[in-house]
Design a protein around this ligand. Structure first.
Ligand code: WT7
Length: 653
C-alpha cells in the first residue's frame, strides 16, 4: 500500500471515546435502529428518505443499476429542486421564517426569509430565461459569499440549467478552462468582493478569463463593492437592472429525477480538472437526509452554520441544497475568520445563537493557534452539534474543538465524503455513536463502505488498505462532464472485477471495525481541505520559461494539513536568484491556477529521483520536504541522485 504520513499513521492508536448525553440521545432525530433497518432493505430505506421531498410524479423504481457505473435513482420520478428548497416551505406557511442570516465582512447584514428568497429566486429565474437560458444549458458562477450566489444557483436549478460554480480564488486561466469545458452560455459574477477588510476586484478576473470565450453570450454582474468596472457592451448586464425588473412569479416546472443539476470541477491526478456531474432526485434526497441525520437538524429550532464557500461541494450540499430542502435557518458569512478580529466566528455564533456549526480541521487548527482565550470571551452555549469536513482531523484538534468550542457537551461529527459522492457517506451519528477523536467511524445507514487490500479483499479489524464504496448511493456522481472514459478509468477500473468505487483514500479499521481515514493514496494533495493535484501544479511550473522540470509533493503541515513543496530544475539559460526565483515561480503558479495552489516552498535542485521507467519517486521528495532521512532508494535509476539533491539543498540553506 502507498506511503502514508507518519503523523496520520498514529491516528488510529487513539483510545478515547465520548458517548452522547442521555438527553441528546432521547431527543435525537436518528437512532441506532436505522442501521439495521437500512441494512435489511436498502432501497426501501432510500425510498423513505426520498419522502422528505415533494415529488411532482412518484418513481417507478428506486434504483436502476443495470447501466453501472452510471446509476439511475428514483426512475420515472420528477421534481423541481428549487421548489423543494424554497416554495414548498412558503406554501406550508413558513414564508416569514428566516432562511438566511447573511453577514457581510464589513459588518453589513441582510436577513432573507423563505418568502423573500422565493421572490428573489423567481426573479432570477425569469432573468435567466430572458437571457435565453433554458433547460440543459450551463451557467458559470464566480461570486463571493453573498445571497445572490445562492439565489443564482437556485434560479438555475429552477429552470433546469446546470450551474458550474467556480471558487472565487481561482485564476482567470482556471475559470476560462472551466467555462470552455462546459461551454457556459452565461457567467454570473460581481464587481468585487470583500476580503480581509479590503474590496478586491472580481469582474476584472472574469473579463480577463473570458476574452475570446466563444460560448459566453452574457455576463451578469452583481454590484457588491461599488467599485468601478470595465464593461463589454452587448455582453455585460447588471444583475440589479435585469433581475429586479422581472416578475416575482415563476412556475417551477418538474424535471426528471435524473435531470442534471450541476457540474463542479475538482482536481484529479492529471493536469485537467474533472467536471463532476450531479443530478437531481437522488442528490437532493441524500443531501436532505444527511443534513437531517448527521447534524440532528430541527427546522424552526436550530440555527445552522456551515463555514464553507459555495465554490466547493460542501457549500453546494450543506449551504444550499441540504439545509434549504430541510427548511433550515442558517448563517451565511461573507468573509475571513479574522476580519476584523480573531473572534469573528464566535461573535457571530453568540449573536445568532448558532446551534450547529460545521467547519474544517485546518480552521480548527488555526483557531488553536490563535488561542483558546479568544472563544472563551463569547457565549457559545447555543451550540449543540459540531461538524468537521475536508481532511482527516487529528485527535488533538478534535479534542480542542470539543472542549473549547463545544463546551464538552456537543457531539463532534467527523464527516467523510467527496465532491464525487455528493453528500456525507461516513460519519458518526450525534445521538448514537460513541465518538472517537479522529475517526469518521462508520458508513451512514443506507451507505456501504469497506477497507480492502490490493486485491479488493476486505481487510480484517486492525488492518489497513484502500477505501471503497461497494454499493451505489443516491447522490453519487453520474459521470465526468464530456469524458465518460475518464469516469470509468478514475473510479471504476481499480477494482473493476468487484465493481467497487475507488475513492482514492487510504483507510484503516480499528479493532472495533471503525474506519480511520488516512489521506489520499494518489497524486492529489489536500491543502486546507482543498484538493489540488501535484500534476496540475507541476504543469503550471513547467509553463514558466525558466523551468525545465518540476516535481511537487504535499508535505505534512501543522495548520493546513499538507503544504505544497515544489522541486524544480531550472533551464540551462536560467540562473537561480534564490528567494527571487522562488517568489517569481510561486506567483506564476498563482496566476496559472490561483493563490490556493501557491507552493509553500520551492527548492531548486540539479536532478529529480526517478525510477528506471522514468517515474518520479515522490515518496523520496516527501522525505526531504518533511525533513526525514530519505527512505529506500534501491529502485532509483541512479541511486546517487538523492545525495546530489540533499547536498545542493544543504549548500543553499
Ligand atoms: C477528499 C475529498 C467533502 C467535502 C470537502 C472535500 C478528504 C474529506 C474528510 C474527512 C478524512 C477527508 C478525502 C477525500 N476528506 N473529508 N472527514 N476525513 N479525509 O471535498 O475536495 O472532493 O475532497 O477530501 O481525501 O477524498 P473534495
Amino acid at each position: 500500500m502507498t506511503e502514508q504520513s507518519p503523523a496520520l499513521d498514529n491516528l488510529s492508536t487513539e483510545t478515547r471515546s465520548f458517548v452522547p448525553s442521555a438527553e441528546f440521545v432521547a431527543g435525537a432525530n436518528v437512532s441506532g435502529e436505522w442501521y439495521e433497518r437500512a441494512g435489511v432493505d436498502r432501497e426501501g430505506f432510500w425510498a423513505e428518505q426520498a419522502g422528505r421531498l415533494s415529488w411532482e410524479r412518484g418513481w417507478d423504481r428506486v434504483l436502476d443499476w443495470s447501466g453501472a457505473p452510471v446509476a439511475r435513482w428514483f426512475v420515472g420520478g420528477s421534481l423541481n429542486v428549487a421548489y423543494n428548497c424554497v416554495d414548498r416551505h412558503v406554501e406550508a406557511g413558513f414564508a416569514d421564517q428566516v432562511a438566511i442570516h447573511w453577514v457581510g465582512e464589513p459588518g453589513d447584514r441582510r436577513d432573507l426569509t423563505y418568502g423573500q428568497l422565493r421572490v428573489e429566486v423567481c426573479r432570477a429565474a425569469n432573468a435567466l430565461v430572458s437571457l435565453g437560458v433554458g433547460s440543459g444549458d450551463r451557467v458559470a458562477i464566480q461570486l463571493p459569499m453573498i445571497p445572490e450566489a445562492i439565489v443564482a444557483m437556485l434560479a438555475c436549478a429552477r429552470i433546469g440549467a446546470l450551474h458550474s460554480v467556480v471558487f472565487g480564488g481561482f485564476s482567470p486561466a482556471a475559470l476560462r478552462s472551466r467555462v470552455d469545458d462546459a461551454a457556459a452560455k452565461v457567467v454570473i459574477t460581481s464587481d468585487g468582493q470583500y476580503r480581509r477588510g479590503k474590496a478586491a476586484p472580481m469582474k476584472a478576473n472574469v473579463d480577463e478569463a473570458l476574452a475570446g470565450a466563444e460560448s459566453v453570450e452574457t455576463v451578469l454582474v452583481v454590484r457588491r463593492t461599488g467599485d468601478e468596472v470595465s464593461w463589454v457592451q452587448g455582453r455585460d448586464v447588471w444583475w440589479h437592472e435585469v433581475v429586479e425588473a422581472q416578475s416575482d412569479s415563476h412556475t417551477a416546472e418538474a424535471f426528471d429525477a435524473e435531470h442534471p443539476l450541476f457540474i463542479l470541477y475538482t482536481s484529479g491526478t492529471t493536469g485537467k480538472p474533472k467536471g463532476i456531474l450531479h443530478t437531481s432526485g437522488g442528490y437532493l434526497t441524500q443531501a436532505a437526509y444527511t443534513h437531517h441525520a448527521v447534524f440532528d437538524h430541527r427546522a424552526g429550532e436550530d440555527v445552522y452554520w456551515c463555514t464553507a464557500d459555495i465554490g466547493w461541494v460542501t457549500g453546494h450540499t450543506y449551504i444550499v441544497y441540504g439545509p434549504l430542502a430541510n427548511r433550515a435557518t442558517q448563517v451565511v458569512y461573507e468573509g475571513t475568520p479574522n476580519t476584523p478580529h480573531e473572534g469573528r466566528h464566535w461573535e457571530i455564533i453568540a449573536e445568532h445563537k448558532v446551534s450547529i456549526y460545521y467547519t474544517a480541521p485546518t480552521l480548527i487548527r488555526t483557531f488553536m493557534k490563535w488561542g483558546a482565550d479568544i472563544p472563551a470571551r463569547y457565549d457559545l452555549s447555543s451550540l449543540r452539534v459540531l461538524g468537521s469536513v475536508g481532511e482527516p482531523i487529528n485527535p488533538e484538534a478534535w479534542m480542542w474543538y470539543r472542549e473549547h468550542i463545544g463546551g464538552e457537551r456537543c457531539p463532534v461529527v467527523d464527516t467523510w465524503w467527496q465532491t464525487e459522492t455528493g453528500a456525507i457517506m461516513i460519519s458518526p451519528l450525534p445521538g448514537v455513536t460513541a465518538a472517537k477523536p479522529g475517526s469518521a467511524q462508520r458508513a451512514l445507514p443506507g451507505i456501504s463502505a469497506k477497507v480492502v487490500d490490493d486485491q479488493g479483499v476486505e481487510v480484517p479489524p486492525g488492518g489497513g488498505g484502500y477505501l471503497v464504496l461497494d454499493e451505489p448511493w443516491p447522490a453519487m456522481l453520474r459521470g465526468i462532464w464530456g469524458d465518460e472514459q475518464r469516469f470509468r478509468d478514475t473510479y471504476w477500473s481499480r477494482f473493476a472485477e468487484q465493481g467497487f468505487y475507488f475513492a482514492g483514500d487510504g483507510a484503516k479499521y480499528d479493532d472495533d471495525g471503525d474506519i480511520w481515514l488516512l489521506g489520499r493514496v494518489d497524486d492529489v494533495m489536500n491543502i486546507s481541505g482543498h484538493r489540488i493535484s501535484t500534476t496540475e501544479v507541476e504543469s503550471a511550473l513547467v509553463s514558466h520559461p525558466d523551468v525545465a522540470e518540476a516535481a511537487v509533493v504535499g508535505a505534512t503541515d501543522p495548520t493546513t494539513g499538507q503544504g505544497i513543496v515544489a522541486f524544480v530544475i531550472l533551464r540551462g539559460t536560467a540562473t537561480d536568484h534564490g528567494t527571487d526565483t522562488a517568489t517569481t515561480l510561486r506567483n506564476h503558479v498563482a496566476t496559472e491556477i490561483g493563490p490556493i495552489a501557491k507552493p509553500r516552498q520551492i527548492l531548486v535542485v540539479p536532478e529529480l529521483p526517478k525510477t528506471r521507467s522514468g517515474k518520479i519517486m515522490r515518496r523520496l521528495l516527501r522525505d526531504i520536504a518533511e525533513n526525514r532521512e530519505p527512505g529506500d532508494v534501491t529502485t532509483l535509476a541512479d541511486t546517487t541522485v538523492m545525495d546530489h539533491i540533499t547536498t545542493g539543498l544543504n549548500k543553499n540553506t
